[in-house]
Design a protein around this ligand. Structure first.
Ligand SMILES: [Fe+2]
Length: 323
């Protein structure tokens, strides 16, 4: 039996099939890794796992992959911003801690970031994973699913009262993360709040229809099931709770009353999409990461998620890098 077989949790009766054939395991002793092969597997839309990567080598490995994809600037930018919001810390040169969660909190599937940031790759590196949970579940997004019509993304939009100067456009990008004119308020946007920030510019928070952006790995325009899509939908939390229950991966708190107790950021949830999440995802791969495991995936086509664990059963230290 190959040494990796025990990693993949067997398929259950869920609607999202386990797809162990989509996980490519690169057996390599390092310190030099066959990044051309990793890239080739990403182009086939597989997820790649490299076991036994020394912590001292992981920055070099992700850097080489990012360079091959012309994403090194993005990798460096993400690392630089890692701790700026206060909930992540840098680990090494390019990796950062994952968001801190309270006891029993789960992370529903999502692609990192938003359509504004447009991150292409997501990578995880495991230092320790000894809890009775902490399973990583990556899910492959169905690009042609009908449910995209019912999803919404939390976006920032802008509207100028008169034609803007170049300086005003640059200022809007820096201060409000607005790419104008493409981020202008659009028909169909559901306005949550508005703020007239100066004499010329009004900034809106809206729920917008998902839009496609470019995947440099797949070389096509794709929908991303971004964090900014997942986080606004109460039904994404309910889906994950049910999914984990059926997979036998949910750890219920002693006084468990419902999925809201598992939510690490309920303040962002604004709507119920009503979608059948089994229609959004084509397949999944479930992995209990081991120390020195390096995982990399296309951040457009594969979401990542984590189940919870019983407090006190161990330590989960997994670092993430994005570009
Ligand atoms: Fe994430």
């Amino acid at each position: 039996m190959p040494s990796n077989v025990h990693r993949v949790i067997p398929e259950t009766t869920m609607g999202i099939p386990e797809a162990p054939d989509r996980l490519f395991i690169l057996d390599s002793t390092g310190p030099h890794y066959d990044t051309a092969q990793i890239l080739a597997r990403l182009k086939q839309d597989d997820v790649v796992l490299v076991p036994n990567v020394d912590a001292a080598a992981v920055d070099g490995l992700i850097c080489e992959i990012a360079e091959r994809l012309n994403l090194k600037d993005s990798l460096e930018l993400q690392a630089a911003f890692a701790s700026s919001l206060g909930h992540r810390k840098n680990i090494g040169q390019y990796y950062m801690s994952v968001n801190e969660r309270k006891h029993y909190h789960i992370v529903p599937p999502h692609s990192e970031g938003s359509s504004f940031v447009n991150l292409q790759i997501a990578s995880f590196y495991c230092y320790e994973n000894t809890t009775d949970g902490g399973e990583t579940i990556v899910m492959n997004v169905d690009e042609s699913s009908p449910v995209w019509d019912s999803l919404r993304e939390h976006r920032v939009r802008g509207r100028f009262e008169r034609p803007p100067t170049k300086a005003e456009i640059a200022r809007a990008r820096t201060l409000y993360r607005l790419n104008l004119p493409s981020d202008s308020l659009q028909t169909g946007d559901q306005i949550i709040s508005r703020n007239k920030v100066d004499a010329n510019l009004t900034v809106f928070n809206v729920l917008a229809k998902p839009s496609k952006s470019y995947s440099c790995i797949l070389e096509q325009q794709r929908y991303g099931y971004w964090d900014s899509v997942m986080a606004v939908d109460r039904d994404s939390l309910k889906f994950m709770e049910q999914f984990l229950k059926q997979e036998g991966l949910l750890k219920e708190p002693p006084d468990y009353q419902g999925p809201e107790q598992l939510d690490w950021d309920s303040s962002r949830r604004l709507m119920n999409s009503g979608i059948d999440y089994d229609q959004l995802f084509k397949c999944k791969i479930s992995i209990k990461l081991k120390p020195q495991d390096f995982l990399i995936q296309n951040n457009f086509s594969w979401t990542h998620s984590v189940n919870n664990w019983t407090p006190g059963t161990g330590v989960r230290k997994v670092a993430a890098a994005f570009a």
